[in-house]
Design a protein around this ligand. Structure first.
Ligand code: WT7
Length: 655
């Protein structure tokens, strides 16, 4: 499909900023990219030696012999907690590593030396009291408190594989993830605060363990003095009580480059969530390099990413990336609009934050509910603003640039995924001329190309294609836990070059006349709700758990704040249910809440007498998507099993 390449306004990097930046101009960018193209292994080998602290040097940069099961930096050994802590102690022991701000405004500063002792004690606790060994899986179900970071780094220190489950997931969803990973320990907290109200996390763990998750032997609970917490003797242990007697020194376990660091479950277009596996050396290398290049954090800067550690953004850009480079990272428990939509700007002023990284959905909420809030605060410390998670729309971009950034900050629109480990397409704040709502160019070392899925060839300017990465890169997904076939099929099955599968992201994209990349969104059955990925198959499976639901099809619908919202078409069992629709909507959403969590609730549920299907029984989602968007149907419907159903559904949706 050809659409005319649109010219967008261009914003040049701030000159004073560029002078001090790590990558200062497009010449330097081009040189790096050329180096990677001409000597790929030389490029990566150089940075792996320069950036990482190895206990044993690697002997091979890249092993492609078992593609797509690529191996990086074989022969080498290191420990990720050493990258993030120990090696900074000489020069930064009294520097703030983590600044915590709680939902209710409580504050805590943790220096690198304190982080070292806290993580070591935590690691000893896991080893000595819970017999956690290298390779064991540990599920972390925690609020945004410093102990969540300690838990991650403690696992890394002893070679245990952490799997964080976002605190908004339900007991069922938690159980499924524990079972898939066969975790032996769950680390949680008694509760969290959200808009000053308690949210009881441990209760959810109790519920998950009461319905399954038999692999779990013990539960470790960080106590924050919430009341009415039930305790199961012999299973539940208090972190606060046990940690004090642990030695503050724990030898890091040497990890081979390709030994796993963590699993993180994410939605795919089909089936259950997949346990995306990241390994030690490659992941931490790119986490650090992108922190340095894309945010250009300086020694005395304070950096804030508003994500939750339950998502990949929190892993790479709250914990691993900032700490690997020795930066000061903010951890914020609250929500950006509480107590009012000035909260983030108040924090920027107070902590003199230099880099601020958030999602378009948050920008839209802050814009809509607090358009004039930024002007009330001193935001002059800001240098770089980041966005992530979904395409940002031009009005939100403009407000972010002008009202928040004072028209002097670079906006880095960072495109990446759980599977890529770190950014892959993004502007560099001191080098890349920026166009609003455009992820611009692949980062140095990333061979990102938009390909025609039929031919595997690069598309021309203005043509739509599939966003692919045609060479392996160090922080790429290493596998789907327990399912190597699904890994190959999910990522290397759709686009081929010279008969060989290349990594396909699942996103559509196009080049403009300058070769800049604009990401247009998922081309598979994945919905992006407020920057969170939701598989339509998962939501459909949840709906089907309701006894009255016969058939269901779920699609995404554009939404002002969330980007996309979830829209379900449901065929009920039995005939005369029409009078009970309002009740049924509530009931079905209740089932979704129980099966997945609030993040998967449907904004629209429409009851229809049937779904548009081909004669072979395949549901034509594209038609349903068009109807949900209120678009005219352009597809040929004559080949449907029952073409008249389309008009019936349209009528129902228009109401
Ligand atoms: C999907 C990945 C990467 C961390 C947060 C989400 C979409 C991400 C952008 C962007 C347009 C984006 C893509 C991608 N996405 N960043 N800057 N512009 N789309 O991680 O849950 O793994 O989701 O988010 O569709 O595939 P995730």
């Amino acid at each position: 499909m050809t659409t005319p390449a649109q010219s967008k306004p261009i914003f040049q990097p701030n000159r004073a900023f560029a002078k001090e930046a790590r990558i200062k101009n497009m010449c330097e960018y081009n040189d790096l990219q050329q180096w990677a193209h001409e000597d790929y292994e030389g490029f990566w080998g150089h940075f792996a030696r320069e950036k990482l602290t190895w206990s044993k040097p690697f002997t091979k940069v890249l092993d492609e012999s078992k593609a797509p099961f690529y191996r990086w930096f074989d022969g080498g050994e290191l420990n990720v907690s050493v990258q993030c802590i120990d090696r900074h102690l000489d020069s930064r022991k009294n520097k703030a590593a983590i600044i915590f701000e709680g939902d209710r405004g409580d504050k805590q500063i943790i220096t690198y030396l304190e982080l070292y002792y806290n993580v070591n004690r935590f690691a000893n606790l896991l080893k000595n009291e819970f017999n956690v060994q290298k390779g064991d899986r540990v599920v972390i179900y925690m609020p945004m408190i410093p102990e969540a970071a300690y838990a991650m780094l403690a696992c890394a220190r002893i070679g245990a594989i952490h799997s964080i489950v976002f605190g908004g997931f339900s007991a069922e969803a938690l159980k499924d993830r524990i079972e898939d990973a066969q975790a032996k320990l769950v680390i949680t907290a008694d509760g969290a605060y959200r808009k000053s109200k308690p949210y009881m996390l441990k209760n959810v763990v109790d519920e998950a363990l009461s319905v399954g998750a038999a692999s779990v032997q013990k539960v470790l609970v960080v106590q924050r003095n919430f009341e009415d917490v039930t305790w199961v003797g012999g299973r539940d242990y208090s972190y606060n009580e046990l940690v004090v007697s642990q030695s503050p020194v724990c030898e890091p376990t040497p990890m081979q480059s390709e030994e796993p660091l963590f699993l993180l479950y994410t939605s795919g277009s089909t089936g259950k969530p997949k346990g995306v596996q990241h390994n030690s050396a490659g992941y931490i290398l790119w986490a650090q390099m992108t922190m340095e290049w894309v945010f250009d954090v300086k020694e005395n800067d304070t950096y804030w990413c508003t994500a939750d550690v339950g998502w990949i953004t929190g892993h790479t850009y709250i914990v691993y990336g900032p700490l690997a480079m020795g930066a000061t990272t903010i951890m914020f428990e609250g929500v950006p609009t509480y107590p009012d939509a000035g909260r983030p700007w108040k924090m920027v002023e107070e902590y003199k934050i230099n880099q601020f990284y958030t999602a378009p959905t948050a920008i839209r909420v802050l814009h809509k509910t607090g358009e004039n809030e930024p002007a009330k605060y001193d935001l002059s410390s800001l240098k770089v603003l980041g966005t992530v998670g979904e395409p940002i729309d031009p009005p939100a971009w403009k407000w972010y640039y002008e009202a928040v950034g004072g028209s002097k900050c670079a906006i880095v629109d960072t495109y990446w995924q759980t599977e890529t480990g770190g950014h892959v397409v993004s502007p560099l704040p001191g080098a890349t001329p920026i166009k609003p709502a455009c992820a611009t160019l692949p980062l140095p070392g990333i061979i990102g190309e938009i390909l025609d899925p039929m031919t595997g060839e690069k598309v021309g300017a203005g043509e739509s294609g599939y966003m692919c990465i045609t060479r392996p890169w160090p922080s790429m997904i290493r596998g789907i836990w327990g399912d190597p076939e699904r890994f190959v099929k999910s990522y290397f099955g759709d686009v081929k070059q010279n008969g060989k599968g290349v990594y396909f992201t699942g996103d559509g994209a196009n080049y403009d006349e300058d070769g800049y990349i604009t990401i247009t969104g998922r081309v598979d059955d994945v919905i992006n709700v407020s920057g969170h990925r939701m598989g339509t198959a998962e939501v459909e499976a949840a709906c089907k758990k309701h006894p009255n639901v016969a058939e269901v099809a779920v699609v995404g619908r554009p939404h002002d704040i969330k980007g996309e919202s979830i829209f379900a078409y449901i065929v009920l069992k039995g005939e005369d249910t029409m009078g009970e629709e309002v009740e049924m909507v509530k009931e079905i959403n209740k089932v979704i809440q129980k099966e997945i969590g609030n993040i998967a609730l449907c904004d629209d549920i429409v009851f229809v007498p049937g779904l548009p299907k081909t004669r072979s029984g395949k549901i034509m989602r594209r038609i349903l998507r068009s109807i949900a968007k209120g678009e005219a149907i352009t597809q040929d419907i004559s080949t449907l099993e029952d073409p008249s159903i389309v008009a019936t559904i349209e009528k129902k949706v228009k109401g």
